[in-house]
Ligand binder design. Structure first.
Ligand code: ZN
Length: 272
């Protein structure tokens, strides 16, 4: 990239920083976008945090994350729906136009059953999202998470679910970490792009070897994902949104976070 005009940071990427510090530091480094992780709001008033963010000239790109609609017991599925309804309120208070949904999965429960529960969960919260003008983005996760985090494992499945539910408030998140391997990725990106359903674009890289399934994501350019190619496919559909850096990494969380933020900016300019 030539500049950082479309760079957005996920607060989880700089997890050691409380959200107040993250806001100050992103602003100080000229980063224009922020995606707020829900945990970062613990003990805070989302409206106050939203004001802090706007007064630091940052755009709130999304609230991350809702979802996890699957559970063996009906009462637990109802709790998940109630929690997602709260997330919609929080997004509205924060001023976030979008909630990222991690669909959910249950070890030992069939993926087909989990997908039915995911659809039911989304349909249950959609009316409130429409009422408060909040978009919901389905994030398909890499198949390595099919046991316990997401029964939606490809963009094709996420697109199918969007077709099934068919609402202008429902779309998809394109996360290169989860989708880089998908055989017909360009076709599926074109499909959701033409439908106006690409709500966000997440970047990081896939390290070889990956030492931890959850928290060993790589800095852009340090892995095997062709980020510029996938970005070009996304942008060819007319997507003009942010490029969101979402890196979970025990290694990077141990670093000096200011130094890390500089490395992220350099990697973004060089490899995205
Ligand atoms: Zn993501």
């Amino acid at each position: 990239m030539d500049d950082i005009a479309k760079l957005c940071m996920h607060t989880m990427t700089t997890k050691p920083w409380p959200i107040e510090i993250a806001i100050d530091q992103y602003h100080a480094h000229g980063i224009p976008g922020i995606t707020v992780w829900r945990q970062a709001l613990d003990g805070r008033d989302p409206g106050d945090i939203g004001e802090n963010i706007r007064s630091a000239d940052l755009d709130v790109v999304s609230l991350c994350r809702g979802g996890f609609f699957t559970a063996a017991k009906k009462s637990d599925r109802q709790k998940a729906i109630a929690d997602n309804l709260r997330a919609i309120d929080q997004a509205a208070e924060l001023g976030a136009p979008l909630i990222v949904l991690v669909p959910g999965a249950v070890p030992g429960q069939s993926l087909t059953k989990s997908r039915c529960q995911i659809q039911a969960g989304i349909e249950a919260i959609l009316p409130k999202a429409i009422e408060l003008d909040i978009k919901l983005g389905i994030e398909a996760l890499h198949p390595m998470y099919a046991d316990n985090r997401s029964a939606i494992n490809s963009l094709q499945q996420a697109n199918d679910l969007c077709d099934e539910i068919d609402s202008p408030n429902l779309g998809v998140i394109i996360d290169v970490y989860h989708l880089w391997w998908e055989p017909n990725l360009k076709v599926e990106i074109d499909r959701c792009g033409q439908a106006g359903r690409i709500f966000a674009f997440h970047i990081c890289d896939w390290k070889t070897p990956t030492l931890d399934l959850l928290n060993d994501r790589g800095l852009m350019g340090k892995g095997c994902i062709d980020i510029p190619k996938i970005r070009s496919w996304v942008e060819q559909t007319g997507f003009e949104g942010y490029h969101e850096v979402e890196i979970f990494s025990h290694i990077f969380w141990q670093m000096d976070q200011v130094e890390y933020l500089k490395q992220i900016q350099n990697a973004y300019l060089q490899y995205c």
